[in-house]
Design a protein around this ligand. Sequence first.
Ligand code: SF4
Length: 225
Amino acid sequence: MILGDVCTRNCRFCGVTKGKPSITNIHEPEKIAEIITKIGLKHCVLTSVTRDDLSDGGAKIWHDTIVTVKEKNPQITIEALIPDFNGDVDSLNLVIASKPNIISHNLETVRRLTHEIRIKAQYDVSLFVIKTIAESVIKAKSGIMLGIGETLDEIKETMDDLLQQNCRIITIGQYLQPTRNNIPVVKYYTPEEFHEIEQIGLQKGFLHIESGPLVRSSYHAEKHV
Ligand code: SF4
């Protein structure tokens, strides 16, 4: 996770520390590239907190990190799990220009619950981010959590919305409450229900679906390349 460990948003499902981030580390791209080389990763998923305090939302650090990681690790494949950059096209294009193999942006939940649990994020801005990625040369991916109070019809609508943006890779996992201060779990889905939802998605036209109780954004991520 780049751009620090303090997020300027306060999504109600998320356990990341919220508040005022410290100064950006301009040496982060080299540091990340070095550690990836040291570990010997073949595939990596980079993500970040949301940095609404920065004029570019952190897009320059995102760009430089991906470029530097690729320079130092020519064989590596990269997924960039990005924030919404408030829908800023210049920031999005900067990340796209660094050419990771996949760019993912999570819708997290259905339209009706977005304002309630993502607070500052907007469902349509996220769809725009996903559309912008899908219209570029980079593959688009998204993810949602289940168990927050969504209905099956709403899950299907969310799938349709993603497919309309030409996003055909999705992860679907069970929401788990990270701390007492986060929203409670409304429903625990069974593995069979996750399987049924996966089948619905495949019939609708998704190419890759990771659907299961323990699935998270990076689950089997290397397969999506
Ligand atoms: S924007 Fe991302 S990191 Fe920040 S609170 Fe929301 S989910 Fe957590």
